[in-house]
Write a protein that binds this ligand. Structure first.
Ligand SMILES: [Zn+2]
Length: 324
């Protein structure tokens, strides 16, 4: 791993490279930004930059072990369940007091720093405040405001941003190729990119398993309910969705993105064929009706976020949209 492989995070990478060249690497960083945009990969690239003789060559013993997640001095701590527990932190703090096993410098990544509660954060504080010269902490978070303030204020903040669709596509294609998987169809790729909103990690998650395919089918079915309203069809569609909050969330989001595409195409032109194909019959819909449906979709998403039963959300959405 090396910095040239980090796509779309030029600002964070430049800050780290500059610190390295001035030998002023901070004892603790906070990498803040959406999930799946390269925070951990950047920490790994930093480790290779410090420890590999060529600054990250990809084939020496150090780089190979980093790629396979096996280097004992690149330590990653993640939540055990919903939280990073105080025992995990205590073990880590004990470890961090000793020199690295074999590397020039050790990097301790704490992924999900927002899940450290007050006592766990306090247990970590001293290590982060006065780390050994050969130990650097990298706290990663997708919810910076939830990281305990005393801890946050001890770290140098580097922001990570969502990637552009083009950048996301580049990372996703490279990862799929590395895993020996075939290139995706245009439509699958377009939908995965839309739902991922600039997070290659999220896009890859969607492409693994059936999640995306299911969300696509559900969104198309939901669309059919709007085009050919039928109360009984709506009930049998929504019935199994009572416990499927994430799936319903993705389905609503997909439908909203599709409809927004149709609006954009009508107003500004451009080719959004993939979207229009999924929405059979959309041509017959007036702009007013489209806007009303988009508004109802937004209401449905708000209700879902507010913990309303997903089944009810779907039913209310269909009935409200077909009665407008
Ligand atoms: Zn190397």
């Amino acid at each position: 791993m090396n910095f040239s492989k980090i796509i779309g995070q030029g600002h964070a990478v430049a800050a780290l490279q500059s610190a390295l060249s001035h030998r002023r690497l901070s004892g603790a960083y906070l990498f803040a930004g959406p999930a799946g945009v390269g925070k951990r990969a950047t920490a790994a690239a930093l480790f290779c930059a410090v420890n590999c003789e060529s600054g990250g060559c990809d084939h020496c013993e150090i780089c190979t072990r980093v790629s396979s997640g096996q280097h004992p001095d690149l330590i990653v701590i993640e939540p055990d369940g919903r939280f990073i527990k105080i025992d995990q932190v205590r073990a880590l703090a004990e470890n961090a007091a000793f020199p690295p096993h074999e590397a020039r410098a050790r990097i301790i990544v704490i992924d999900g720093a927002e899940t450290l509660n007050l006592s766990a954060a306090n247990a970590l504080l001293k290590s982060v405040e006065e780390p050994r010269a050969d130990t650097h902490f990298v706290l990663c978070t997708s919810a910076m405001h939830r990281v305990i303030l005393t801890l946050r204020s001890r770290c140098q903040l580097l922001r990570f941003r969502p990637l552009s669709d083009q950048e996301t596509a580049t990372v996703v294609s490279a990862q799929l190729a590395a895993a020996g998987r075939p290139e995706l169809t245009q439509q699958t790729k377009a939908n995965a990119l839309r739902l991922a909103e600039g997070s290659p990690g999220r896009a890859l998650e969607l492409l693994n398993g059936d999640f995306l395919a299911e969300a696509l089918t559900l969104a198309e079915q939901l669309w059919q309910m709007l085009i050919t309203p039928s109360a009984s069809a709506t009930f049998s569609f929504s019935e199994p969705l009572g416990r499927e909050r994430p799936r319903v969330a993705e389905t609503l989001k997909l439908l909203r993105l599709w409809l927004r595409d149709v609006m954009l195409q009508r107003e500004m032109g451009g080719d959004r064929t993939a979207t229009v194909e999924a929405l059979r019959g959309v041509e017959a819909l007036s702009n007013t009706k489209l806007r009303a449906t988009l508004w109802e979709l937004q209401q449905a998403q708000t209700a879902l976020d507010a913990n309303v039963n997903p089944r009810l959300v779907v039913e209310n959405f269909v009935f409200a949209s077909t009665s407008v």
